[in-house]
Design a protein around this ligand. Structure first.
Ligand SMILES: Nc1ncnc2c1ncn2[C@@H]1O[C@H](COP(=O)(O)OP(=O)(O)O)[C@@H](O)[C@H]1O
Ligand SMILES: [Mg+2]
Length: 274
């Protein structure tokens, strides 16, 4: 980890199980991590490794089974439903792969929706900054189906930022976008961190997307297995391939030949997630 910004959010021995007994899925197996304010972190890892579960528990959208979350100095894991609702409304922004805009409302209405629902007046100058930064000036009266995918996601980013949340969570925000729109969306997320001081945590499958971040974490089977500062796309691809090879090796009983080649492989950088 670099820098010494104050911590925005911290997980301490965080656990999440789905179901009970023999059928239980251990989605988070004791995660310890802290995210600094004003930084952009990518979370990578195979499908089913617990990335979305981590985001949902950190954002107070889902409860933890064990451990603690300290959100902007407050203990999220001991909050009641009312406190969690307020936290989600005022302190958290969420960006989804599928944009999740309301089809009957204009771009402007969608951006302002979190404030409308909370019965609050928008800060017009902040709205203007967001709209200009995201290049949405000419699109405010359009409905989502009159906008391209990239434009829809930019509206969703503005909606996530409108309440000046402590943390913005983005779960595969470029998963439905072409490469040009992806680059646009990633640049805006990066800009919101550099210029507006926003804290952003983003799940992505894409090593190039992760390279926009200040830091990238690799997740496997409910645990953190790598933590890279200033991640280069090539390095992240390497780590993901090594992780995939670890999964392939551990899912079948290794043959003698495999054991031999394993012991020859250089695993000091990446000890198969253990
Ligand atoms: N609501 C749920 N009920 C039961 N199991 C779930 C639920 N959500 C996720 N899981 C399981 O938890 C594990 C982690 O899932 P998830 O966090 O969605 O992974 P990722 O986002 O990395 O693909 C997977 O085994 C998944 O099947
Ligand atoms: Mg997911």
């Amino acid at each position: 980890m670099t820098g010494s910004n104050p911590v925005a959010i911290e997980a301490i021995n965080l656990m999440k199980d789905y179901g009970r007994g023999e059928n239980a899925v251990h989605a988070l197996r004791g995660v310890n991590i802290s995210f600094e304010q004003g930084r952009f972190t990518a979370i990578m890892g195979p499908s089913g490794s617990g990335k979305s579960t981590l985001m949902h528990t950190l954002a107070g959208l889902d409860s933890a089974s064990g451990g603690r979350i300290i959100f902007d100095g407050a203990e999220l894991t001991s909050m009641n439903d009312n406190q969690l609702t307020l936290l989600r409304r005022h302190r958290v922004g969420f960006i989804f792969q599928s944009f999740n805009l309301l089809p009957m409302f204009s771009a402007e209405q969608n951006i302002l929706m979190p404030l409308t629902l909370a019965g609050e007046k928008p800060d017009r100058s902040w709205f203007k900054v967001l709209v200009e930064t995201l290049g949405l000036e000419g699109r405010l009266s359009h409905r989502p189906n009159e906008l391209s995918g990239g434009q829809q996601q930019r509206v969703a980013i503005a909606r996530a930022l409108i309440s000046k949340p402590a943390v913005v969570f983005a779960d595969e925000p470029t998963g439905n976008l072409d490469s040009v729109s992806s680059a646009e969306v990633l640049s805006f997320l990066k800009q919101s961190v550099k210029e507006l001081g926003q804290t952003v945590i983003m799940v992505t499958h894409d090593a190039v997307a992760a390279s926009y971040a200040d830091r990238a974490i690799v997740f496997a089977d409910g645990r953190i297995v790598a933590d890279e500062t200033d991640p280069a796309a090539e390095r992240m691809s390497e780590l993901l391939m090594e992780e995939r090879d670890c999964v392939t090796r551990s899912s079948a009983a290794p043959t003698v030949a495999q054991r031999m080649s394993d012991s020859l492989a250089d695993t000091k950088d990446f000890p198969c997630g253990q």
